[in-house]
Design a protein around this ligand. Structure first.
Ligand code: ZN
Length: 414
């Protein structure tokens, strides 16, 4: 029995690259059942995997379609070759995606991905299909910090979840509690009693909904409760929450609203409690950037590809902010006819410009993900790099307003 190494924790950048590779892998389609996926757990000696693959190789000689047979055998051979550099898999194991991808017009292209996943591969798997098999890897990429959210007053309550950076509203409930208004004597006391009863019933209902939404979520880190005035504190103090949930309350916070926007307010106002969450770090970074940009005399900020590239080359960048939603390539282009070369950033490499000198089509000499281009520029001058997720308000702002690239500067660049 081989000794398993401790699981490796991937850096945010490595995790991001894995995520991007997975996106590519999932777009690939085979013409037949000829795309090979292999999952290798960390404790599986490579020679065992290779032996298994040799077995599959001889099996595949029975495949009827000549082209599928050839493609499957080539894919398996390629995986065996790629595994030669290992005796044992790396700490989290390996996932391999190899095969002939359909590129249209009756053509195929061989693709090969050998990746180290963010968490250990639990069990060995071999699959040959017209798509690569990636499902188990999604779970590994999921954000694991989950918080329950509840905003409440006497008229309304909203329950939601904070997962990583994403806020998901689960339930919005309007109460039947009558509004208070002036009444005298007997009817005032009667109204008071009815009102209290209605509030009590509403609280009980919300307590039950919270139990239903939160109690059996093992990954739940805690509950955060908000709302205007004292209602939320009364709700907690009077014990309307299931006792197991009550123990997990991280705090109560003032919010102006009790609808969906109240959930966003709640997350913003609970910033201190959630300080450790990446969400807050990202929020603060983008906020810092905005503060610098807003300064009348021009602050320590740069944004947009050209400005930030210049600042990086000058070594003026303190923190580089890049959106994870950025999908652009930096291409080195070369004209095969006259030799003209140029470098371009494109979102889609299928629509390239023509050579300005002779009008012929360019050839792509090399392509690099723009995130890699900028992070390696940053590394050279010891600038910090922060990947800002695309699914927060701040991440969206970074993409929409600044094309996904911005920087907080060490000094101003003219
Ligand atoms: Zn040319």
């Amino acid at each position: 029995m081989a000794e398993a190494q401790a699981p490796a924790k991937l850096s945010p950048m490595e995790k991001y690259r894995f995520k991007r590779a997975l996106e590519e892998v999932e777009k690939i389609q085979g013409r037949g059942t000829e795309l090979v996926s292999v999952f290798i757990p960390p404790d599986r000696p490579i020679f065992e995997v290779t032996n298994y693959l040799r077995g599959e190789y001889s099996q595949s000689s029975n495949i009827k379609s000549a082209s599928t047979r050839k493609h499957v055998m080539q894919a398996i051979e390629s995986i065996i070759n790629r595994l030669k550099e290992y005796k044992m898999p790396p700490p989290n194991g390996l996932v391999c995606f190899v095969g002939h991808m359909d590129v249209g017009a009756d053509q195929t292209k061989m693709v090969a991905y050998v990746l180290q996943p963010p968490e250990p591969v639990p069990s060995f798997l071999y699959r040959c299909d017209s798509r690569f098999y990636t499902e188990p890897l999604h779970e590994m990429l999921a954000e694991k910090d989950v918080y329950g959210l509840l905003v409440i007053d006497q008229g309304e309550a909203t329950i939601g979840l904070l997962e990583g950076k994403r806020i998901t509203p689960l339930k919005n409930v309007q109460s039947q509690v009558p509004r208070k208004h002036r009444m005298g004597g007997q009817s005032a006391r009667r109204f008071e009693r009815l009102h209290e009863q209605a509030v009590h019933e509403f609280f009980k209902k919300i307590g039950d909904l919270a139990t239903e939404a939160f109690l059996n979520r093992r990954e739940l880190k805690g509950l955060i409760i908000g709302g205007p005035g004292f209602t939320k504190d009364t709700f907690v103090k009077e014990g309307h929450l299931h006792h197991e949930l009550a123990k997990t309350v991280l705090g109560t916070f003032d919010t102006g609203y009790t609808d969906e926007s109240g959930l966003r307010e709640l997350v913003a106002n609970a910033a201190e409690v959630l300080r450790d969450l990446d969400l807050m770090r990202e929020k603060n970074l983008v906020q810092h950037l905005m503060d610098e940009i807003r300064k009348a005399e021009g602050g320590l900020a740069a944004y947009g590809e050209e400005q930030v590239r210049r600042a990086l080359e000058l070594g003026a960048v303190d923190t580089l902010l890049i959106s994870e939603g950025l999908r652009k390539l930096r291409l080195d282009l070369r004209c095969p006819n006259c030799g003209h070369t140029e470098t371009r950033t494109v979102a889609d490499e299928s629509t390239l410009p023509k050579c300005p000198d002779c009008g012929k089509d360019f050839e792509i000499a090399s392509r690099t993900d723009i995130v890699d281009v900028f992070t390696s520029l940053a590394d050279r001058t010891n600038a910090k790099v922060e990947l800002i997720s695309a699914d927060s308000d701040e991440g969206e702002l970074l993409i929409k307003a600044f094309g996904g690239i911005a920087a907080i500067l060490r000094y101003r660049v003219a």
